[in-house]
Design a protein around this ligand. Structure first.
Ligand SMILES: [Zn+2]
Length: 252
């Protein structure tokens, strides 16, 4: 049953390889455990990003097959109780379900532009780097998408941001200049690690200022084994790398 349930709950984010399969398996398992308080029977679960149907279910061979929009992954217990009641044929929780769906309307049909979410480079596969860092440095896997940024056509670049983390999009972008066989893997990994920490540590406010490189952040960054080596490499080679961009055409 577990295997079956798992096959049935691979949401689009996983299919697009934004969340690792292992990470999603855990999400589904936790969700099932939470929901079992409101639905005591066996069921097959699948999360979708369907833009018109938020909840659908049918019975097959006596087992309910439940399809829910991704927004339900983060539903609180009152919403799960309402959902359980709804599936049992009661209208008691309908208002709460309507309110929940309305409150999450911005998540409906918000498909990411596939072509812009490119984590595969010519030399470095950013998801593999993220997953390797997860294995070594994080107890809970950090499920943040990490993609190659787009190359800019500025001819003279005196400074460069090798990576950035968008709090609004929860997305890491890595500068495409690093997708180069002259760049050691530990340098790329150092940049990805730095941005993953932004995702994990978050920001603190001091007055109107948003602090991201906090003391905690800097301490945690030290955990990366090749930090000094990576910084030294950057200092020595980066300007050279930017002066002679790679001789390849950007991937389509
Ligand atoms: Zn930073």
């Amino acid at each position: 049953m577990d295997q079956l349930a798992f096959n049935y709950c691979v949401p689009p984010a996983v299919r697009r390889r934004l969340v690792s399969v292992a990470g999603m398996e855990q999400v589904c398992r936790q969700w099932r455990e939470r929901f079992s308080a409101y639905w005591g029977r066996d069921f097959v679960l699948r999360f979708t990003d369907n833009s018109s149907t938020m909840i659908s279910y049918r019975k097959r061979k006596g087992i309910m097959e439940l399809r829910l929009h991704n927004m339900f992954i983060e539903a609180d217990d009152r919403v799960l109780a309402a959902l359980g009641a709804y599936l049992k044929g009661s209208r008691r929780g309908n208002r709460r379900l309507d309110q929940f769906i309305q409150a999450n309307a911005d998540k409906i049909g918000r498909r990411r532009r596939k072509s812009k979410l490119n984590s595969k480079g010519q030399y470095y596969q950013l998801e593999n780097i993220r997953d390797a860092l997860n294995q070594t440095y994080f107890k809970e896997p950090v499920e943040v998408p990490v993609i190659w940024g787009r190359a800019t056509n500025k001819r003279r670049r005196s400074s460069i941001r090798l990576g950035s983390y968008s709090f609004a999009d929860q997305l890491i972008r890595i500068h495409p200049a690093l997708d180069d066989d002259r760049v050691p893997a530990y340098v790329v990994a150092a940049v990805v690690f730095h941005e993953m920490l932004h995702h994990v540590v978050g920001a603190t406010r001091r007055g109107t200022r948003r602090m991201v490189h906090t003391r905690e952040f800097k301490e945690r960054e030290q955990a990366y084994l090749y930090l000094d080596k990576a910084l030294a490499w950057q200092e020595k080679n980066l300007s050279q790398l930017l002066r002679s961009p790679k001789r390849r055409v950007a991937p389509a």
